[in-house]
Design a protein around this ligand. Structure first.
Ligand code: ADP
Ligand code: MG
Length: 497
């Protein structure tokens, strides 16, 4: 016998769940916690730690303690986002020959997929321990804004640790699935997910067990980490003012400050004032120096209010895409640990004109939704629940003069398939180059290139005569397949992205 589980593979924290009959249950990790830091730390002797023990290594072993790989997965070393991010991590990243990111730790080189696989293997082991059976299959969630590369890389991580992915689903969709399962209400729902590294907003319609995503939007560089960074930045500035020492270059000190800042942030969600106390943070000319600061909630709110405002701008866009006003929504679901911050709850409530749904654990709801989806795929859920998701970007090909022709529009329900006819631009043209891109700009150069391939052997004919059918197909995991077919010869070329 083997069991299927749902995995919320988070940037900062991961969570796993399974269905005990018709009841979703969160599976605790080996330390007994319901969420596990998505952290891997390599220690001497060729061993590695995962989760809380790894996170605890972050101070003493900063170069070999790898966190937030979800921010790196499926990305290129020289992408603009990475340029901005690379220096923020104490561990070493290098460029792979193919432009991907590699991580160097304890003298070894790892791909982000391999690091993620260590986390997944640990979660798998936790589930096997808890359930007393093998776990071979899982539904894994990803942010709605993950592109093809990132989704594929997530699948690769699972296969590295011997886990078969039943389905990749979007985190907000999983959350609303879990929400819908509990309440069995019909209506339009917004899922506001502010996690450690990413923000997602999704508008869905739930009707008699059918979940239809109306729109999705987000920012892969907006999350709880940014709230921490505001506090860290302020602490560094204060320290510089007081002692003339820049701690930002001291990785050891920085890690301690980072941990203290996150802890203070969490506390401020429950108490009006907290203190940051870091003795012996560094040595100055007159001996050891310390950080000791009292911080109150109002001060922290002022430091971070614009971050919350940014999320609301994105919410506005998602509502517009869905063709809805906030007042037409029936429910707002808060997901992600950062939504525990009272200011977030308050500003979200004001924006949407209603209090967010109660009795939802923002750290666990995504994993529960994934477990539910696993059960649905396995045919073990009594009710008919259909999950309809959408493409987060428009997909299309480059046309003449650097133009971009959309073939599958953004926010199209997936799985989706669409064919468009193209032709040649030169007389006796024997081959066409198909350049696949994603994005919203009418200019190809402004969009993200996904793949290029050639269709050859077209019969000689005047320009504009041959018919080339280009078909785009997005499967239920959000993965794209593109094919081009010369109608005259029946020749076909395909790429899977
Ligand atoms: P992810 O899915 O991105 O891993 P989570 O949903 O686990 O993220 O949220 C992690 C973020 O939530 C972190 O930035 C963490 O500091 C923050 N967080 C957790 N608990 C609280 C709290 N009580 N108040 C404010 N932020 C919190
Ligand atoms: Mg999350």
């Amino acid at each position: 016998m083997s069991a299927v589980i749902g995995i919320d593979l988070g940037t900062t924290y991961s969570c796993i769940a399974f269905m005990d009959g018709q009841t979703p249950v969160v599976i605790p990790n080996l330390e007994g916690n319901n969420t596990t830091p998505s952290v891997v730390s390599f220690i001497p002797g060729g061993q590695h730690l995962v989760g809380l023990p790894a996170l605890r290594q972050a101070i003493s072993n900063p170069y070999n303690t790898i966190y937030s790989v979800k921010r790196l997965i499926g990305k290129k070393f020289n992408s603009p986002e990475m340029e901005q991010l690379r220096d923020k991590f104490p561990y070493r990243m290098i460029e792979a020959p193919n432009g991907d990111i590699l991580i160097e730790a304890a003298g070894e080189i790892y791909t982000p997929q391999e690091i993620s696989a260590f986390v997944l293997a640990y979660l798998k082991q936790c589930a096997e321990n808890y359930l007393g059976t093998r776990v071979e299959e899982a539904v894994i969630t990803v942010p709605a804004y993950f592109n093809d590369h990132q989704r594929q890389a997530t699948k690769d991580s699972a296969s590295i640790c011997g886990l078969k992915v039943l389905r990749i689903i979007n985190e907000p969709t999983a959350a609303s699935l879990a929400y819908g399962f509990n309440t069995r209400k019909n209506g339009k729902v917004a899922v506001y997910d502010l996690g450690g590294g990413t923000f997602d907003i999704t508008v869905l319609e739930i009707h008699d067990g059918i979940f239809h995503v109306l729109s999705t939007s987000g920012d892969t560089f907006l999350g709880g980490d940014d709230f921490d960074n505001r506090l860290i930045g302020w602490l560094l500035e204060e320290f510089k003012k007081e002692h003339g020492i820049d701690l930002s270059q001291d990785k050891f000190a920085l890690q301690r400050i980072k941990e203290a800042a996150e802890k203070a942030k969490r506390e401020l969600s429950f108490t009006p004032e907290t203190e940051i106390n870091l003795p012996f943070i560094c040595s100055g000319p007159g001996g050891s120096l310390h950080i000791q600061k009292k911080i109150n909630r109002a001060f922290f709110e002022n430091l971070t209010r614009d971050l919350v405002e940014n999320t609301l701008t994105i919410c506005q866009k998602a509502l517009k895409d869905a063709g809805l006003s906030a007042s037409r929504l029936d429910e707002v679901i808060l997901v992600g640990g950062q939504t525990r911050m009272p200011l977030v709850r308050q500003m979200v409530a004001e924006f949407f004109g209603r209090q967010p749904a109660a009795r939802i654990n923002p750290d666990e709801i995504v994993a529960i939704g994934a477990a539910l989806q696993a059960n649905i795929i396995k045919g073990s859920t009594r009710d008919l629940v259909l999950l309809l998701d959408v493409t987060p970007f428009s997909l299309g090909i480059e046309t003449e003069n650097g133009g971009f022709q959309k073939i599958i529009e953004r926010n199209t329900t997936i799985p989706a398939r669409k064919t468009m006819a193209f032709t040649t631009v030169e007389n006796n043209q024997r081959r066409v180059r198909i350049h696949v891109l994603q994005g919203e700009s009418p200019k190809a150069a402004d969009n993200k290139s996904l793949a290029t391939f050639e269709l050859v052997g077209i019969d000689p004919a005047p320009a504009g005569v041959p018919q080339i059918d280009v078909t785009f197909e997005v499967d239920a995991d959000g993965l794209l397949r593109v094919s081009a077919r010369d109608v005259g010869t029946g020749r076909e070329q395909k790429v899977e992205i």
